[in-house]
Design a protein around this ligand. Structure first.
Ligand SMILES: [Zn+2]
Length: 70
């Protein structure tokens, strides 16, 4: 993924600490993003589809707590 694609694609940010989709602040000129909620850099980004798939966001099972793959 290139930097130019970030605003063109449906990119979302996922904070591994908050364990949810979050908004981010970009750090300087680097490809580093911090979570607006908790402030860590423990943020993954990708398309809605890839993030949902990787973190299993779209697979909540009834009566079962959502788990995060590490
Ligand atoms: Zn966070």
């Amino acid at each position: 993924m290139t930097e130019e694609n970030l605003t063109d694609c449906n990119i979302i940010f996922y904070c591994k600490d908050c364990e949810e989709i979050v908004e981010t602040n970009r750090v300087g000129k680097k490809y580093v993003y911090t979570c607006k909620k908790c402030g860590t850099k423990n943020v993954a980004f990708g398309t809605q589809k890839s993030i949902s798939s990787f973190f299993r966001l779209d697979e909540p099972k009834p009566g079962e707590k959502k788990t995060i793959a590490k």
